[in-house]
Design a protein around this ligand. Structure first.
Ligand SMILES: [Mn+2]
Length: 337
């Protein structure tokens, strides 16, 4: 239990040992709290709801918790209405299962302040996972944490209900970009097929996640697309969201989700970024790559981080200065040799 998470996750045997540990705990214990990182998206919420509902089906007392309220588009998913924002119902000694999050800090301050009360299990697929728990089932080769929950339920021989299947499919669809990314491997697609066989409806999942936008989101998008800028060589593209645009359209940061994919989707663009204003001269930068460059080489220069193809940071300065700086850093990374 003292070896670093990276070692434990390194080989299939290590990861099988962790899976066995998870199974033992789920079989032996009776009181659970299932959670994920705060500001949950489809995999964080889908994997934790699926596991929580399955534990309840097994007759276990299970609290569904997230530090933040369930986002509007995820509210129609089974069990979403039962997620509480308080740990009041949890008792000392309860087992807390943290999904899709490798650091306890990201679960939120209330969990952190009560960490001595609970025993922890961690299910995660992030390379950066810290291995903070009693058992850490971490597999960076898994397309989604929902796939880890799927493996756990299969190994337990627990029949997958329609509600559990729907939440698991939500996780798979979210983290693979609707099975479009390189992580949509055979195991992921086979799991998706089985979930549909269990009653999950792909049309329900995609309609709720992708086709439930508010009209004002499009009013904001129209303004944001007006700021599109592409470098002369066509390799770097960016868009800007200002606080003024938020005011004009009565929107907020939650409506910007996915906007960076517009510059990213232009033919020839290898690196895209979105600048979101958070102060008079302060910008939150979301970087997206197409595989050739490591975007964290830019975000880390400003104290940020993330994944190779998706990372972020905060940068101070005028819009013109920040945009030019990131353009230049990106083009330097893309330069041959
Ligand atoms: Mn995930």
């Amino acid at each position: 239990m003292s070896e670093p998470a990276a070692l434990r996750a390194a080989g299939p045997h290590a990861s099988e040992g962790a899976l066995a540990g998870v199974l033992r705990i789920l079989r032996e214990r009776d009181r659970f709290l299932v959670t994920a990182h705060r500001n949950p998206e489809g995999d964080a919420l889908g994997s934790s709801l699926a596991l929580g509902l399955a534990l309840r089906e097994m007759g276990k007392t299970t609290i569904l918790y997230n530090a933040d309220p369930v986002p509007r588009v995820l509210k129609p998913f089974p069990g979403a209405g039962e997620v509480v924002q308080s740990l009041d119902g949890a008792r000392p000694g309860d087992t807390v299962i943290v999904c899709d999050c490798g650091e306890l800090e990201r679960v939120g301050p209330e969990m952190l302040s009560r960490r001595a009360d609970f025993r922890f299990v961690n299910l995660d697929h992030h390379v950066s996972s810290q291995g903070f728990a009693e058992v850490n089932y971490i597999d960076p080769g898994a397309c989604a944490t929902a796939l880890l929950v799927f493996r756990v339920l299969k190994a337990l021989g627990h029949p997958i209900s329609v509600d559990v299947a729907t939440n698991l499919l939500c996780g798979l669809v979210t983290d693979t970009g609707s099975f479009r990314y390189s992580n949509a491997n055979p195991e992921c697609l086979e799991a998706a097929a089985e979930l549909v066989r269990c009653g999950a409806r792909p049309d329900f999942v995609s309609q709720k996640i992708f086709d439930s936008n508010e009209e004002k989101t499009y009013r904001l998008l129209a303004r944001v697309l007006g700021t599109l800028d592409i470098t002369k060589d066509g390799s770097v593209a960016s868009v800007v969201v200002s606080t003024e645009m938020f005011e004009q359209t009565e929107t907020g940061p939650e409506h910007v989700e996915g906007f960076v994919n517009y510059p990213r989707g232009i033919a020839g663009v290898e690196l895209a970024f979105l600048l979101r204003q958070i102060g008079p001269e302060e910008w939150k930068v979301s970087l997206r790559g197409q595989g050739r460059v490591d975007t964290t080489l830019i975000s880390a220069a400003y104290g940020g981080g993330g994944h190779r193809n998706a990372s972020g940071c905060t940068v101070k300065g005028s819009l013109e200065k920040v945009r030019r700086e990131i353009d230049e850093r990106a083009r330097a990374l893309l330069a041959p040799g």
